[in-house]
Design a protein around this ligand. Structure first.
Ligand code: CP
Ligand code: NVA
Length: 326
């Protein structure tokens, strides 16, 4: 009897397979399709049900958050589970406890953990020692949950049913190459999207980020273009921008403002795009820098739908990583 119980406990603590979402590249095309279909289904049908009753989600934040924190917490509650907000300042990590020990201990209390960190390698290290699924809630390298909500929003606003039909849409990201554009590049590579990234030369993506995306695209017909010419926005069906100074890069803010000033999303820039162009911003925005107040106001429906969709995609992510079928 004792042996049986011990065996059960070991199995329970160390699941045979554990799926993380640290990068968009962790997902197959089939998984991405499943996440979108579940998110659309949950958006249309359910507000509350108790499929995650008794389950706990830990939310670790090394940086501030509004959307990621609240959408994950509400998603968990609306699915019947419990979210725990774990600000790094209140954890013993603040006093130097290792990622290794923190991860092992938290895995024994929680069923799934989301982590927002400065360094991507810290989230990778955390996931290595965690026995429960780990989700990247933004690092210096990627923001996968955001980008899944963004593609969902593009499908919704351009009335696209099938992922394959996304290829007819020209998606343009303009501004700083950062975690958002890295995840956009990754999803474009995986889903064969028509994607153009526009940034000044000094803020183009690093070589290793481009090589990784092109590794995938060499096998497909994907059209990924990298340019410093703002005219490459021509006929865009989606224009996406993000802040010029991401969290953790504040000391470079003045230099960035000077280099990026010609890459602002404003009325002039939008003259070249397609008539039904959807403007996206992951938020928070700095009005007057990467986007004007006028454009934000005119396109607030798409930008706030994008923010709302974080909630629906987080539910799909939680169910998928917890391997819950319904
Ligand atoms: N877009 C996004 O991740 O927002 P927060 O930083 O508020 O979570
Ligand atoms: N690139 C931004 C995204 C914020 C959601 C940052 O990292 O600060």
């Amino acid at each position: 009897m004792t042996l049986c119980v011990m065996f059960f406990l070991i199995i329970w603590r160390v699941p045979m397979t554990k799926k993380n979402l640290l990068s968009i590249y962790d997902l197959s095309v089939e998984e991405v399709k499943l996440l979108f279909s579940q998110a659309f289904y949950l958006k249309s049908k359910y507000k509350y049900f108790d499929i995650l009753k008794g389950k706990t989600l830990g939310l670790i934040f090394e940086k501030p958050s509004t959307r990621t924190m609240v959408s994950f917490a509400v998603a968990m509650i609306q699915l019947g589970g419990v979210p725990l907000l774990l600000n790094n300042k209140n954890l013993q990590r603040k006093r130097g406890e290792s990622i290794h020990d923190t991860s092992i201990v938290l895995s024994r209390y929680l069923n799934i953990i989301m982590m927002r960190a400065f360094k991507h390698s810290d989230v990778e290290e955390f996931a290595k020692y965690s026995t429960v699924p780990v989700v990247n809630g933004l690092t210096d390298y990627e923001h996968p949950c955001q980008i899944l909500a963004d593609i969902m929003t593009i499908m919704e606003l351009h009335r696209i049913q099938a992922v394959e039909a996304l290829r007819d849409i020209k998606i343009v990201y303009i501004g700083d190459s950062n975690n958002i554009s890295n995840s956009l590049l990754a999803i474009s590579a995986i889903l064969d999207l028509n994607f153009t990234l526009i940034a000044p030369e000094e803020y183009l993506p690093e070589k290793k980020i481009l090589s990784k995306a092109f590794e995938y695209t060499s096998l497909s017909k994907t059209e990924i273009k990298i340019s410093s010419d703002i005219n490459a926005t021509e006929n865009a069906d989606v224009i996406y921008t993000d802040v010029w100074t991401s969290m953790g890069f504040e000391s470079e803010a003045n230099k960035r403002k000077k280099s990026l000033k010609y890459y602002q999303v404003n009325d002039e820039l939008l003259k070249k795009v397609s008539p039904n162009c959807v403007v996206l911003h992951c938020l928070p925005a700095v009005r007057g820098e990467e986007i004007t107040s006028e454009v934000m106001s005119k396109h607030e429906n798409s930008i706030f739908t994008q923010a709302e969709n974080r909630l629906h995609i987080q539910k799909a992510i939680l169910l998928h990583l917890l391997n819950i079928k319904y």
